[in-house]
Design a protein around this ligand. Structure first.
Ligand code: FES
Length: 125
């Protein structure tokens, strides 16, 4: 390259050069066909992998970790034992389940959800 000449670089011309150096002869027309095929294959592969991964875990499952060995998670409390106020978890993320420990805030931040606890309290006298 002579002084004052500008070298134009691009990633696209490098690919045919790479292919040529490996013995392959690819024309611009090959790339015009290959790029859409590659994009369709990539999108198709992504969609298939999402479909298959979705099949491995049950969709719509709310409870991801609490008493999973039990066929049904049920808690029962006597009204007399609740006291003046009780705060129960409805997001199923609390480490103190069935009581709310504030884990719903992190869940809401991470997912954009809007779940919150059930608060039961006696009327003000
Ligand atoms: Fe689940 Fe608060 S931690 S609702």
């Amino acid at each position: 390259m002579a002084f004052g000449e500008t070298m134009v670089t691009s990633s696209v011309p490098a690919i045919p050069q790479l292919a040529a150096s490996s013995g392959m002869k690819l024309s611009k027309e090959h790339f015009i066909v290959a790029v859409p095929v590659a994009v369709v294959a990539a999108v198709g592969g992504f969609l298939v992998s999402r479909y298959l991964s979705g099949r491995s875990c049950k969709k719509g499952m709310v409870n991801t970790c609490i008493s999973k060995d039990s066929p049904k998670v049920v808690h029962s409390f006597d009204m007399e034992d609740i006291g003046t106020k009780a705060v129960y978890c409805r997001c199923w993320k609390s480490k103190k389940f069935p009581y709310c420990d504030g884990a719903h805030s992190k869940h809401n931040e991470e997912t954009g959800d809007n779940v919150g606890p059930l608060i039961i309290k006696k009327k003000d006298a």
